[in-house]
Write a new protein. Structure first.
Length: 174
């Protein structure tokens, strides 16, 4: 694990997967989900394609897991095997805080965002298959699911902004 090549590979995996994960979540939270909510059932085909064909939710979870696992490897390396003195340093504690925030974000993604997005996708497919406007019950369900997904996604985006900020600053704290 002390090989410079292994550390370089872990760092590349961590940064590249983290950039994809955080950037995608921010794009979804700020632009795509609000646009889909504004378009209502008309957004169904695009959202369904992103979810079912392009497998965006799986890609985001995969990128998050790669980022977290490679980050744990880097943390293990920098702390010399999770040694207390380094972990209690400002740098170690800031990296740990960022890591914990990222882990909370992926847990919310797995337990709230993903199931909610799946239910929303199924509902939109049902509306499309029916071939008309949604029933009042379907419209109410769609608004509720979009609201839940939007709130959870904004919360995850906030956590990931904080995690990324911690990672960016950690090495410069003493």
């Amino acid at each position: 694990m002390n090989s410079p090549a292994v550390v370089l590979i872990l760092r590349l995996l961590h940064v590249l997967s983290g950039v994809f994960w955080v950037g995608s979540v921010l794009f979804f939270a700020r632009f795509l989900l609000p646009t889909a909510a504004a378009l209502g059932p008309a957004a169904g085909p695009v959202m369904n394609h992103l979810s079912q064909v392009r497998k965006v939710p799986q890609m985001l979870i995969g990128a998050g897991l790669i980022s977290i696992l490679s980050g744990l490897g880097l943390y293990w390396h920098d702390s010399l095997g999770f040694q207390g003195p380094w972990m209690r340093s400002p740098t170690g504690m800031t990296f740990a805080t960022g890591g914990v925030l990222a882990i909370i974000a992926i847990l919310i993604g797995l337990t709230v965002n993903r199931p909610t997005a799946d239910r929303l996708g199924a509902l939109m497919a049902e509306i499309q298959a029916r071939g008309g406007p949604p029933t009042p019950e379907q419209a109410a369900s769609m608004r509720a699911l979009q609201g839940r997904l939007g709130s959870a996604l904004r919360f995850v985006a906030g956590l990931l902004i904080l995690a990324t900020s911690a990672m960016a600053m950690a090495r410069y704290l003493s």
